[in-house]
Write a protein that binds this ligand. Structure first.
Ligand code: DX5
Ligand code: ZN
Length: 227
């Protein structure tokens, strides 16, 4: 079977109602989301704190599809088994999070999970060729990680193009995270991305009780991304 690179929208619950995560996950999936992006922040690697493995485990029964856990924490390795046990399908670690990203990616695969490699806007991709056989997803940060609702950094489009060409036919998703909106989605897909994380662009205007805007926002994003 060929690897499916059709663009998909991956809602980040960082923009959802923190007091209502289970219902928010169900609502956005009922509106068509197949992945849910979970942003884990530690107040050390990034200047914000969100939630940990216990929250991921609590969310898991509310996620029917892929639970995509983006770890913005350092160190990573001591927490991999906890996030694996919490039910993550994909665990993504930052290349900047420590000196041994190779070991971290090995540990994620050993835990039986798909391994993602995230790259900050200020970081180059020189190390990626050495890691290509160890990863299932590359996450290009198009904002500096830590907060939702930031402005997309157009300087990262060249990086997305270069990574797409490095990936070639390998079964590796190219994810873009940060500032993905109806104004920027077409450019990221044209550059080669296939997984579009979006927080504020999806959750704006709706709620778990009024989820139709989630669906409208996802369809609008996908439509500009693919036309
Ligand atoms: C930022 C997070 C993103 C964030 C994106 O550090 O990694 O996943 O939720 O939010 P928007 O789409 O609002 O830029
Ligand atoms: Zn993220």
């Amino acid at each position: 079977m060929t690897f499916d690179r059709s663009p998909i929208i991956n809602p980040s619950i960082l923009a959802a109602d923190f007091a209502n995560f289970g219902a928010e996950c169900r609502a956005v999936q009922d509106q068509g989301a197949q992945w849910i992006h979970v942003d884990v922040m530690d107040g050390h690697f990034v200047p914000n704190i969100t939630f940990g493995p216990a929250m991921c485990a609590a969310l898991r029964p509310h996620i029917r599809g892929i639970m995509d856990v983006h770890l913005m924490i350092a160190p990573v390795d001591p927490y991999i088994s906890a996030f694996a046990d919490a039910g993550a399908d994909i665990i993504t670690a930052h290349i900047e999070a420590g000196p041994h990203i190779h070991r971290t990616l090995q540990a994620i695969r050993i835990a039986g999970k798909k391994a993602g490699l995230a790259i900050n806007p200020g970081t180059g991709i020189e190390a990626v060729p050495q890691l290509l056989d160890m990863i299932d997803l590359i996450c290009v940060m198009t904002v500096n990680p830590g907060f939702g609702g930031q402005k997309f950094l157009h300087s990262q489009l060249t990086k997305i193009r270069d990574l797409r060409s490095l990936i070639g036919d390998r079964p590796i998703h190219l994810e873009v995270d940060g500032g993905v909106t109806q104004d920027t989605a077409a450019a990221v897909v044209a550059a080669g991305a296939d997984v579009l994380v979006a927080g504020s662009g999806i959750f704006k205007g709706g709620s778990a009780d009024n989820p139709a805007p989630y669906g409208d926002n996802m369809r609008a994003l996908l439509s500009v991304a693919t036309n």
